[in-house]
Design a protein around this ligand. Structure first.
Ligand SMILES: Nc1ncnc2c1ncn2[C@@H]1O[C@H](COP(=O)(O)OP(=O)(O)OP(=O)(O)O)[C@@H](O)[C@H]1O
Ligand SMILES: [Mg+2]
Length: 341
């Protein structure tokens, strides 16, 4: 608003202060104890699309609070005036605001009570649409990068399986046929047997490599058979509970699988545990995967690259990952990712 705007409160705010508030990049608005607008600076005009003259004297809730939040806003004003819990005062909150054209924008808001006899509350409102949009783009690009990395690993696994592995198996069969034509005990037979043993070892190594890249059983059958195979290879007994019967989005299944694979490797390497337990829980919005062990505890994310990489994968899916010491000793590794059933 300007100095000569028809606000009864303009006169009570020193002219210099008024000019400063009008120059502010953020919206600065004031509301009295009835929730009525008493001040509206230029940035508020620009951001919300109401002029100071239009806004002055109207209820703040009707102007910038989305309809679904209006009752809560009104109750908040009553509490502010009544001196109850100091809702919002001097805190930064991120909420949705509504503009004159009905569209909504995300804003950051902080409210201050003016040191006046009658209640007058000053709100500083920052339009954070650009930041929220940039964060959303960043989240989406991280998600895409993770998906692309998983897709590449699946392709490598396929190529190894269908290409190199098949050729090695073919070569093994050829050597077997050759061996059958050579008499036992000779130098040639010995050489062929050595070559066959090397080939078997190479094939096994290649299979391990392919599985580390992306286990085919996960692509084909999902988490249930993949976890059965994973826990079957663990050196200690691992119970598995709550694995969803149906399939989940591939990125979620893959992240859950790699989290548990690295978690079980850590249990075997660092914990000294005698047993471990995997629990999977799913509600309307979230998949929670927990790996508990009964070892010595003390795991730290960031001390090595394993848990750090898992945390990045979780973040790329808008999820989170952490470790905690269980009350009874041992470690709990928890992954949470958004995932509707
Ligand atoms: N289940 C566990 N029990 C006890 N300590 C653990 C457990 N898991 C991890 N830790 C500790 O947390 C550290 C970090 O684990 P992280 O997986 O990030 O790294 P790392 O296993 O040491 O190395 P990397 O995984 O990169 O090969 C480990 O070095 C270990 O000290
Ligand atoms: Mg590790």
């Amino acid at each position: 608003m300007t100095l000569d705007a028809p606000s009864p409160d303009a006169a009570r705010i020193a002219p210099g202060t008024l000019a400063v508030l009008d120059a502010a990049l953020d919206a600065v608005v004031a509301m009295d104890g009835r929730g009525t607008v008493r001040f509206w600076n230029r940035a508020a005009e620009r951001i919300f699309g109401w002029t100071a003259a239009q806004a002055s004297g109207r209820e703040m809730a009707e102007l910038i609070v989305p309809e679904r939040h209006r009752e809560a806003h009104r109750r908040g004003v009553e509490r502010l005036v009544g001196g109850g819990a100091p809702v919002l005062i001097d805190q930064r909150v991120e909420i949705q605001a509504v503009k004159a054209d009905g569209s909504e924008i995300p804003v950051e808001l902080t409210v201050t009570r003016m040191p006046l006899a009658e209640p007058l509350f000053l709100g500083y409102v920052r339009d954070i649409s650009d930041r929220v949009a940039a964060e959303q783009q960043l989240r989406e690009s991280r998600h895409r990068l993770l998906e692309a990395a998983y897709a590449t690993r699946r392709r490598f696994e396929r190529d190894l399986h269908d290409g190199a592995q098949q050729r090695l198996i073919g070569t093994g069969i050829a050597l077997q046929l050759l061996r059958a034509r050579v008499e036992d005990g000779g130098e040639l037979a010995e050489l062929i047997d050595e070559a066959r043993a090397e080939l078997t070892a190479a094939t096994a190594e290649l299979r391990e490599l392919a599985r580390g890249l992306h286990p085919a059983v996960l692509t084909q059958g999902g988490l249930r058979p993949a976890l059965r195979a994973l826990t079957g290879r663990a050196p200690i007994p691992v119970s598995v509970d709550g694995v969803p019967a149906g399939r989940l989005p591939i990125a979620v299944e893959t992240t859950a699988y790699f989290t548990l694979a690295e978690g079980l490797t850590n249990v075997a390497r660092h914990s000294g545990a005698r047993s471990a337990a995997i629990t999977i829980e799913q509600d309307a919005t979230l998949l929670r995967v927990t790996l508990s062990d009964d070892g010595r505890g003390g795991a730290v994310v960031g001390a090595g690259s394993g848990l750090d990489g898992l945390r990045d994968r979780a973040l790329a899916l808008d999820g989170r990952l952490w470790v905690e010491d269980a009350e009874a000793g041992g470690t709990r590794l928890v992954l949470e990712v958004p995932c509707a059933p």
